[in-house]
Design a binder for this molecule. Structure first.
Ligand SMILES: Cc1cc2nc3c(=O)[nH]c(=O)nc-3n(C[C@H](O)[C@H](O)[C@H](O)COP(=O)(O)O)c2cc1C
Length: 380
């Protein structure tokens, strides 16, 4: 290995004493490949096996905590004991590759897909015409907090090293935090403090499960999106309030969701600075931050890490395109890392069919396809 990459391979000890053996994290990637009942499929096994060799941490795809929150076909589930065999298998595939196995726990809220809900209503903090969602009742909100905690309990039983609470990408938890989607007037909406109540209640419930059923080694992380575009959408200043609350909780890491590691703040903070720098400053070393976003080559990954704005670097698309990414860096073959998908080499990538089909349709969040000059990743 070229010694300049050594910083990527420095171990990091989390605040619960758990050592993660390096700074490279597999970003959570929904693969659209589980069976309809959420159980693991052969395609999913193939996508997960061997791809993560050498990573410090693997964050599994958004995994459903309650049936009406299903936002993807082929989504894995952590709803009841019937999910344990598949969850066990995913955890063990990741651990065999030497990575800490983290389960991302998720509910789609108003982004859930009606046809996948078997007659259940789409639900969200507030009703909205676009999605057809109805507002959750107070009892349902309490039940959903319990569903996230239950998913954490299943993750513990399945042998995961931790869970990541999916508070990002406009799904249910973010919908509660954002004044744009949360127009409630009860204790779950209104002021910033009340909009924070649902995300923080989930953190507390998950931590309680950990205290009851796992050892202190179990890792709990939280993922968030720092800003929303709409007039009433989240701003950096809202996100600072979220961070201030999260750093007081017994969490092990924070994980930002970004499409561009270097994207500058839109509003609510110094817009001449990157979101990464501002977030890292605000966290003030109280928790490690995982940064992410369009880092493809070994040098891009290294450069991002050397900014000092993130203790860990998560990688999504480059892991889809390079099933042996860390091996290439370690073997001094980083020039073989590819930065576009070659449709003629489909078998090489081991990408499940549904995801491959989306990639061939050139959806913006997916890797560039070779010779596609118009590729542009989402600008959120
Ligand atoms: C195929 C695919 C599926 C994704 N699924 C999830 C997901 O389940 N949960 C999540 O938080 N982010 C998800 N993301 C976002 C990634 O975790 C990551 O933040 C994003 O791809 C930017 O990183 P990258 O430029 O290294 O790909 C997904 C991204 C891709 C490409």
């Amino acid at each position: 290995m070229n010694p300049k990459y050594a910083p990527l391979f420095a171990p990091y000890t989390l605040n619960n004493g758990v050592e993660v053996h390096n700074r490279l994290v597999v970003a959570p990637m929904t693969h659209y490949a589980s069976h309809d009942d959420g159980s693991i499929s052969e395609e999913e096994r193939r996508f997960l096996t061997d791809r993560f060799d050498g990573f410090g941490m693997f964050i599994a795809a958004a995994t459903l905590v309650s049936p009406e929150g299903k936002a993807f076909i082929g989504q894995p589930e952590a709803i009841s004991e019937k999910d344990l065999p598949s969850l066990r298998e995913v955890a063990s595939i990741a651990k065999r590759q030497g990575a800490k196995a983290i389960l991302q726990i998720h509910h789609g809220g108003n982004l859930s897909i009606g046809e996948l809900l078997h007659g259940k209503d789409i639900v969200a903090p507030s009703a909205d015409e676009k999605s057809g969602a109805r507002a959750l009742t107070g009892q349902e909100i309490t039940d959903l907090i319990a569903a996230f905690a239950n998913a954490a309990h299943l993750a513990i039983q399945a042998g995961f090293d931790g869970v990541e609470i999916h508070g990002a990408n406009n799904y249910l938890i973010q919908q509660f935090f954002s004044g744009q989607s949360n127009r409630r007037t009860d204790e779950w909406g209104g002021s910033l403090e009340k909009r924070l109540r649902f995300p923080l209640a989930i953190v507390d419930a998950v931590v309680k499960m950990k205290q009851q059923y796992a050892s202190s080694d179990f890792i709990v992380g939280y993922r968030f999106s720092p800003e929303e575009p709409g007039e009433r959408g989240l701003t950096m200043s809202d996100t600072f309030a979220l961070i201030d609350a999260l750093v007081d909780k017994p969490l092990q890491y924070l994980h930002v969701s970004l499409w561009d590691f270097y994207k500058k703040a839109r509003r609510g903070a110094d817009t001449s600075l990157t979101r990464m720098q501002l977030l890292h400053q605000r966290i003030g070393g109280k928790l490690p931050l995982i940064g992410v976003g369009n880092l493809f080559t070994a040098d891009q990954i290294l450069e991002a890490s050397l900014t000092g704005w993130a203790e860990f670097i998560a990688l999504g698309k480059t892991v889809m395109m390079n099933p042996d990414l860390v091996r290439l860096i370690k073997a001094g073959e980083e020039d073989k890392i590819v930065t576009a998908i070659d449709p003629d080499n489909a078998d090489h990538y081991g990408i499940p069919d549904n995801l491959w089909a989306q990639n061939m349709q050139r959806l913006a969040y997916l890797p560039p396809v070779k010779d596609d000059k118009n590729w542009q990743s989402p600008d959120i």
